[in-house]
Design a protein around this ligand. Structure first.
Ligand SMILES: Nc1ncnc2c1ncn2[C@@H]1O[C@H](COP(=O)(O)OP(=O)(O)OP(=O)(O)O)[C@@H](O)[C@H]1O
Ligand SMILES: [Mg+2]
Length: 249
């Protein structure tokens, strides 16, 4: 079983969208996949039409109350619902990891994807640190603009600190550009700059901006269902291929 955290400092860059499409592709391939909504905004749970007041959440899970439930969303796809009060309690660094290990000893899972909140590594032991202590891999979407480059510079040292002090098996799968407008000056400029600064951490694949992503979200579906031949659909398939290649290496 491999655990992948989807994490960025900046909000709104595509973590939840990426978690959903990774989960959809893995499960379609026959891999038993669980997505954990680890964000108080609950965007992922809302995307899967899990009711607002659904009481069996990741908070119950991490607090070891036994009162959690996985929601089945397809033959091989399970969701652990988010909780809008997840940030109210203080957790220990390995609370999530301990529960994931218990879960994995009771059921077969090939992948767990953790959809992290924005600014996950700030302050005390944040949710991002707890997620990364439970993970094998980090995946990080960014947008080609100034602040995302700053985000890289914020994320990398924090990740290194966690690897060095708490989770030596954690690996950086990579950054990838999302919502890309190809052939624009901005994209060329910032992707060159980012790759100059942190080129070894970048995946080849990028996801183009595509209105079908919004349409899919509105319908609570994936882009593969709504627009299978669209740009973003093609790009997400390539992204998963690149990720699996890297994991299998
Ligand atoms: N490739 C894309 N093309 C067009 N729109 C996109 C694309 N990827 C994501 N979006 C849109 O951008 C918005 C933000 O995406 P998403 O919710 O996945 O970001 P996030 O990083 O999870 O945000 P947050 O930090 O708030 O959790 C959503 O409305 C989503 O539909
Ligand atoms: Mg999100």
């Amino acid at each position: 079983m491999k655990v992948i955290s989807v994490i960025t400092e900046k909000g709104g860059v595509g973590k939840t969208t990426t978690s959903i499409h990774l989960g959809a592709t893995f499960s379609e391939m026959g891999k038993r996949t669980l997505i954990i909504d680890f964000d108080a905004q609950r965007n992922l749970s809302l995307g899967y039409k899990i009711p607002k007041d659904f009481p069996y959440t990741v908070k119950n899970f991490i607090e070891k109350t036994g009162n959690f439930r996985l929601t089945q969303k397809g033959e091989n796809l399970l969701i652990l619902a988010g909780d809008r009060n997840i940030e109210e309690s203080i957790y220990k660094r390995f609370d999530l990891k301990e529960m994931i290990d218990i879960l994995a000893s009771k059921m077969t899972l090939d992948f767990i994807i953790i959809d992290c909140p924005p600014r996950p590594l700030s302050g005390k032991i944040g949710l991002g640190e707890i997620a990364l202590c439970a993970s094998d891999y980090i995946l990080s979407p960014i947008e080609a603009e100034e602040y995302s480059i700053e985000g890289i510079n914020e994320l990398l040292p924090s990740v290194k600190r966690i690897i060095d002090n708490h989770n030596p098996k954690l690996k950086f799968l990579g950054f990838f550009f999302n919502k890309v407008l190809t052939n624009t000056k901005n994209f060329k400029e910032y992707s060159d700059l980012a790759k100059k600064q942190a080129g070894q951490y970048f995946l080849e694949t990028f996801i183009r901006q595509d209105v079908n992503v919004e349409y899919a979200k509105k319908e609570g579906k994936t882009i593969f269902q709504v627009a299978p031949n669209s740009r973003a659909s093609e790009d997400y398939k390539n992204l998963v291929r690149e990720i699996l290649n890297k994991i299998e290496k």
